[in-house]
Every structure is written in structure tokens, then in C-alpha cells.
Design a protein around this ligand. Sequence first.
Ligand SMILES: [Zn+2]
Ligand SMILES: [Zn+2]
Length: 622
Amino acid sequence: MPARRAENLLIHDAHVLGRSSSLRVFLHPARHSLLSSPLAMSSAVATPAQELNQRRPSPVDKLDAAYSPLPQKSDKATGLDAAVGVSSIKPTDVPSDSKIPDNYVSYTIANQKYLPPVTWKNLLQNIQWISFLVLTVTPSLAIYGICTTDWNTKTAIWSVIYYFITGLGITAGYHRLWAHRSYNANAPLQYFLALAGAGAVEGSIKWWSRGHRAHHRYTDTKLDPYSAHEGFWHSHVGWMIIKPRGKIGVADISDLTRNKVVRWQHVNYLSLIFLMGWIVPTVVAGLGWGDWRGGFFFAGAARLCFVHHSTFCVNSLAHWLGEQPFDNKHTPRDHFITALCTVGEGYHNFHHQFPQDFRNAVKWHQYDPTKWFISIMHSIGAATHLKRFPDNEIKKGQYTMKLQELQEQSEKLKWPKSSSELPVISWDDFKAEAKERSLVAIHGFIHDCSSFAEDHPGGAHLIKRAIGTDATTAFFGGVYDHSNAAHNLLAMMRVGIIDGGMEVESLKRRPAESAASSVTNSPVSSASASSVDVASLPDQDDFLLDQTQLNSQGPKPAAPFGQPQAQRADKFTLSVPPSERYRIVRTVPEIRPGLLNRVHTLDKVTRADADGEVAEFIGEKA
Ligand SMILES: [Zn+2]
Ligand SMILES: [Zn+2]
């Protein structure tokens, strides 16, 4: 721990411990003198810099090997950087979004002023020339070099190696370490990644992470610096070449301002891109095997061009190509080709769902060299606190997407008519109509089997035998225990519901009542019709059971022979459409609003309401 940082922690402790004088005797003499010193105590509230000095490190800071709450000498720009006026980053404790209003996104998008759209006329005024030159001169140099330089295998291998080194600087460093804090790195690894990332010439860690955090926070909106909704080329390079039309969304990077590696890289950035982007690849090939020209054009220009477009693909290709196995609310997608192009950043749908996970690819066989690199660094002790989202939460995302897919499939299928759409027919009418066409009653529903009888796998004679009867028992295993497919097919033949759900003797039309119409179109389910009918049975004498009809119910309704099987079958077959099933579940808790009103309409003498029900019904005693 640097001496200064240790001192900072001590001063903080002084505030906590110094209140109790009895504690002081346990302190180290040096610490004791620090506590006793009026200077130490008074310095705590003196200046903003000193205030910062005695701040309590956040959990993130405590784990950061490059934590440094005060500017260092090395944070000042020198040489080339000083000459172009690079200013240092001031460490701050105050998050840039600490006062963000709740309606920030909608308000900002609706109210901020956007520049007019880019046309051929105003194109030149809208070009960001530095990015434009970097992104056009580099490939031009690469093409010229490839056409004019002799092939050297060593240089070619070195170019590929340096492509991976600088690529990892972006993916393992800029992206997963600094933008997302998906693990912690010791100081040497941080300096290595900062240098390697500078070799990719994509801006400083601070600038890059600021934009990337906004990208995650406002994905696909106008506050996203490289929103995929603006088109493939905008998210690939357009956002760098053309001046942004509006301001990007706020994203806090105060933690990065307290990291001395980030500050150091930022103030020396210009020197570092020349050193790491051009000088190192050239010098290694030149001093190593004398191929200075190849080093410059292959490991320098061509390699840089590949690194650029490989990492830009994370913003474009990864929001355009592939599947969405974890969430489809936004554009990010998973694809092996994107992973190949981007040093393993291709599982972008996963990444946007679980951005702090140090992995992009969760499966062992998926290509993610950045994850492998971090794991190796972890095994040698350079990386610690690798973050993984709980497997349970990851699987929930996958499960939700599968459900959604099933729902979409279900919407494309034809479902049987639900009980509320079918007419309720009396047993006698059913029998009468069965003389005209092949009607069979099964499980309370009337099915028209006219067009199916000849195709019945068991033979047409079995269907013909069942016409005009209740074949529930035969269908549910009595003659043959039908398959799920048979249940589904049968349900599609529904044309009506038997009043009472089955053959009920008391509901049969008596001669005196024959004049009255018995066909109703009331939208009641067979289940509710059944319960109403049983309750309204006139008396016991009228209730004569037909012994041949197994599915009839007496005054105490017993589950008919076939019913339990039928209910079980319904769970696994699709004879009830999913929407219907959902509707039934939703209406189970029945609310009876009339109940409370009865209290006020009780007769004062009899304590009974208009229907003659006494007050005990609602628990009130006379
Ligand atoms: Zn993205
Ligand atoms: Zn990210």
C-alpha cells in the first residue's frame, strides 16, 4: 500500500476511533501521535483536497490496486501531450449523476436540441476530422503497405500476436475491467492493459468507458452514443466520423477518476498511441528480424485497421446478427461470427443482460479468448474478484425467452372452441340431432364426428356405435385409452355442451314440458351448468338414475367414472386453449360485493334480509 494511502486511511480511522479516548491506549504510538495532533484533526475539514484525502474509500476503491484519491505528479501532461494542451483528470467523489431527475431520459430526449440531419450539403461541416483521418489514413497505409512490402512470416505472426495484445487491451482492459468493473487487476496488469489499449488507438480509457457506460445505460435510445436504431454504419463508425446530433446520456465515471492508471494514460495518451500503436510494432519487427518496413505496415497499419473494425463490430454486428436467448427487449445479439471478429465479445445479448459478468460466453465451447485471458491472470494472481452472475438468474432469462417463443407458437395454432362459445343443448335435443349427423357426447361436450368417422384408426364401427350416446368412459380407457393427439383432435370437433354436463335423468324433457324450448345459448360452462342443475333438482322422487349411464350424477354429485382421467388428461393435452386456462385461473378468487350491503337491509325485528337469510349468515348475532 502506498504510504500516502495508508496515511489517508489512518486519518479516516481517527474520526471513527478518536471519539473514544479509552481506545487510544490500544493504538500504535505513531498512530496515537497522529490522533493527538491538532493538525491531523483540523486538516480533516480544511480544504477540498484534504477533504478528499480523508474520504472513506468505497468498496470499489478498496479493491482497486491503482486507487489514488489525489492527483499525482505523473498525472500532469508532459511533452507532446502538454504541447497540444491535454488537461489532467481531477479525482472526484461526486458522481456526475448524483442529482439526476427521475424523468431524466424522457425529458432529455424530448427537450434537448438536436442538430439538423446530415445531408450532402452540410456534410463537410459535420465531419469530426481527427476520427475521420485516423479511420481513413490507417487503412490506406495498410493497403499501400500490403501491395508494396515483401511477405515475412515472422512479421505476419507478430502482427497476429500484436492484434490479440492490443485487442485484449480493449476487451479485457477498457471494456471488462474499467467500463464494467467485472474483476480487479493488480497494478502491473492495469498498466499492461492501459498500454495495450492505447495501442488500439480508440481513445483513452476515460473517454471510451464514459461512452460505453452510456451505451449500456441508454441502449437503443437517442442518449446511446452508438444506438443500433440509427443504422448499422452509424453504430459501426458513423458515430465517430459525424458530429453527434445531440448530447449523449449522463454516465458516472467518478470511480475511474480515482484510478491513477486511468489518469496517467489519459494525460499521456497522445504519446502512448504513437508509442504503442506504431513504434512498438515496428521496432519489434525491425530489431527482432530486420523487417522494419513490414513491422510498420503489417504489425502497425494493417493490424490497427483490423483491431479497429474488430472492436467496432461489438457496437454494430453484435446488435444486428444472431440470436437473443436471454432477452429481446433491446437489440444486442449472440453470434459465433461476432465472437470470432471481436476477441470474444460476440455473446452480446448475454453481456447486455449481465454486464458485470467477466464472461461474455457462458458455455465452455463458446469462443471467448478475453474470458480465458482473465482466467489465466486470475490463476497467476494478477486478477481477483472475478464477477459471475448467479446461474439461477441466467437460466431465468433463458426460460423467459423460451416461454415467449412458446406463446408465439401458440398464437399461430388453431384452438378448440371454449365452453363459453358453444350452445348448451338438452340431452333429448342431442339425441334427436344425432339421428341427422354423427354426434357423440364425451366429457360434457358434444362432438360432430361426421367427417372423421371413416378415418378413425380403431374403425368407423366404434364411432357409429357411440353416436347419440355419452362415450366418455369408452374414450377414456373403457374401450381405448386415447392418446394426447386424439384428445386434441376430438376437441376440435366440439359443437355444443350437454346441459348438465352428461345424461341427467331429471333434465330430460317430460311430455308436459315438450312445448318449451330447451335449446339455450347461455354462455355457461359445462361445469357451472352441472352445479346449477344439481342444486335445482325438484325433489328426490324425480331423481331416478339410469343404471346404464355411468356418468350420471345423484343429489350428492360423485365424480363420474371418467372424470378424474379427463381432468388429468386436460393438463397435458391441448383441449383447453391456453387463453381459456389462464382465464379460469384468474377468476378463481371470487369476490361477492353484495355481501356487505346485506347488513344495512336487515329487517329490524326478524334480523333477516329480503331473501329471508338471517344475520348469522354474515356472523352478526341478533
Ligand atoms: Zn452493446
Ligand atoms: Zn459492455
